[in-house]
Design a protein around this ligand. Structure first.
Ligand code: KIV
Length: 267
């Protein structure tokens, strides 16, 4: 556990964790207080997720979240962060062209203090253009919450052979396009294992089984602060703990020791 805050982590440190077989820990953060405690515990990556639309703003989906809101929350998180690598989501409709993607990613980095931006789907042209401009990119495949109105429901993706193979092919193409990280959300554990083994870049799972290179959860879910039911892939870490910091430490250890997620959290 890295409780004595060390050097700020770079993408090279995160990639080296995969090479060494060390699990990567990631949690969402939306404000300075959570950022400070998550960072203090030694979580490797903080994600300013557009899930803030649902857990902070009380929206039904992530679709209404704006770039201004993402910049604001990234600023709050980045002010208190000392060590963790900081990723911010490009929200819905802010990367419908490579030029838009660069303009909005620049805001997240220059105004928001993010080190990397995350975007949903195999938007290869955007990824290539962002990387050409020196902007590190995290891909996101599987369940794509920004496409909820197209999907119709939040459910496991890639269960059928052809759908699984499409996710696998997209993952390889994102890596070739220059993505430095990949989030896999709600896909079968066996598929996520295969993709994690095939890719050189680190793969961070949420509802994607224990064999990903790392794990991410929505911080409010793992602390059981919820306006909606805890998703099956998440776990309430605070029940057996005295407080928030201890619960985040329990999550840290569970991920580093590959004790979370269990089969009951996987598909
Ligand atoms: O917005 C978010 O919090 C995310 C995670 C669920 C990966 O994208």
């Amino acid at each position: 556990m890295n409780e004595t805050v060390g050097q700020p982590l770079s993408i090279n440190d995160i990639t080296a964790m995969k090479r060494k077989g060390e699990k990567i820990t990631c949690l969402t953060a939306y404000d300075a207080s959570f950022s400070a405690v998550i960072d203090k515990v030694g979580i490797d990556i903080m994600l300013v997720g557009d899930s803030l639309g649902m857990v902070v703003q009380g929206q039904h989906t992530t679709v209404p979240v704006t770039i201004e809101q993402m910049v604001y929350h990234s600023q709050c998180v980045s002010r208190a962060r000392k060590r963790a690598y900081l990723i911010a989501d490009l929200p819905f409709m802010t990367y419908s062209s490579p030029a838009d993607a660069v303009k909005n990613a620049a805001r997240l980095m220059q105004d928001g203090g993010a080190h990397m931006v995350k975007l949903e789907g195999a938007k290869l042209d955007c990824v290539r253009f962002l990387v050409e401009q020196g902007i590190p990119v995290c891909g996101h495949l599987g369940l794509l919450p920004q496409s909820i109105h197209q999907l119709g429901a939040y459910r496991v993706q890639g269960k059928e052979l052809h759908a699984g193979q499409k996710i696998r092919a997209d993952a390889l193409q994102l890596q070739e396009a220059g993505a430095s990280l990949l989030v896999l959300e709600c896909i079968p554990a066996a598929l996520a294992k295969q993709i994690s083994e095939e890719l050189i870049i680190p793969v961070i799972g949420i509802g994607a089984g224990v064999d990903c290179d790392g794990q991410v959860l929505v911080v409010y879910d793992m602390l059981n602060i919820g306006i909606s039911k805890l998703p099956r892939f998440s776990k309430n870490f605070i029940t057996d703990c005295k407080g928030v910091e201890e619960a985040i430490k329990a999550y840290y250890h569970a991920v580093k020791n590959a004790e979370f997620p269990g089969l009951e959290h996987s598909f």
